[in-house]
Write a protein that binds this ligand. Sequence first.
Ligand code: ADP
Ligand code: ADP
Length: 229
Amino acid sequence: QGAISFKDVHFAYDPARPILKGISFEVPAGKTVAVVGPSGAGKSTLSRLLYRFYDIQSGTITVDGQDIRTVTQKSLRSGIGMVPQDTVLFNDTVAYNIRYGRTSASDGEVFAAAEVAQIAHFIEALPEGFDTKVGERGLKLSGGEKQRVAIARTILKAPPILILDEATSALDTTTEREIQTALDVVSKNRTTLVIAHRLSTVIGADEIIVLKSGEIAERGTHAALLERN
Ligand code: ADP
Ligand code: ADP
């Protein structure tokens, strides 16, 4: 479920400056595709288009064969879990932040306290001392802990599609490894689009797309790309 297809997608924030110049790729249901490339290549723009923050100028983006322009934004977004680079939390408890996603809050999506406690317990099993932070103000959390909250939110929503947009790139190496482990669990069997800046963090992806100046410069498995470079 959640197969994604980009077909000849063109996009520009400013008509005078094309950002994506005919991008085509697919993420088969349950698979993981990673997009890597230099800063400014248009990687994050791809994820924003899939989430419909912006509409494309030409081409087609489909989810399960359906053009995303023909479904309501609400139903599109309810099927997508997004873990951004810097998770912005409500100035409230961790439990509250897990219960209300930044997007789901507007939909009035509320989860039972028991569910939230279960999820908090699950992520607590990964890092140390996370339980003591539940109940504290969200903004006191470290970057790694914020990402755990974002992951917990995603688990609770159980969306078929996951977007990981540089989800670990603001973290130190040790924390990055811990969060990566949690993300590997969450992305298993989910259709996942990973945006990353380093090839070494996306070794397990089914396909890696190298984006340069809004065009696909190379694509293949991690092993194939290493062999060619
Ligand atoms: P990447 O994720 O590969 O670093 P982005 O998709 O964030 O690249 O950005 C691609 C290009 O689009 C950059 O040149 C960036 O400055 C520009 N850009 C990104 N967001 C906006 C925006 N909201 N308005 C105008 N230009 C933008
Ligand atoms: P930029 O880098 O140009 O600031 P962002 O990707 O941060 O773009 O955000 C683009 C728009 O989407 C902003 O209005 C921002 O508030 C919103 N946004 C970003 N991340 C999320 C999210 N996880 N859920 C809901 N809205 C988001």
